[in-house]
Design a protein around this ligand. Sequence first.
Ligand code: SF4
Length: 107
Amino acid sequence: MMKNPTNRRVFLLQAATVAGGTLVLHGAAHAQAANMVSEKDATAIALGYSADATKVDTKKYPKYAAGQKCAGCQLFTGKAGDAAGGCGIFPGKMVAASGWCSAYVKK
Ligand code: SF4
């Protein structure tokens, strides 16, 4: 027998919310993986796109400065804190927030 039905209701609501949130997150992660710009994409190669800005070839791209990444670029259309987002250079695709390419323009 439940001593406090209100607590049980709150718990069930929280459990349902967490389960729903997990589903949404899984869906978003899946969509992102399918839509991510590949470093082997012709435009990505031409612009030296790297999904990990810390791995940029600084000899080839001396304009790269530590700390620069897609999340801080004017062309990044994702929200602050997003792991990936759109980019004007790669229509219909997502770039990693921690990525970088030579078209980088500081926000
Ligand atoms: S243009 Fe900016 S947001 Fe797009 S890939 Fe290059 S650095 Fe990232």
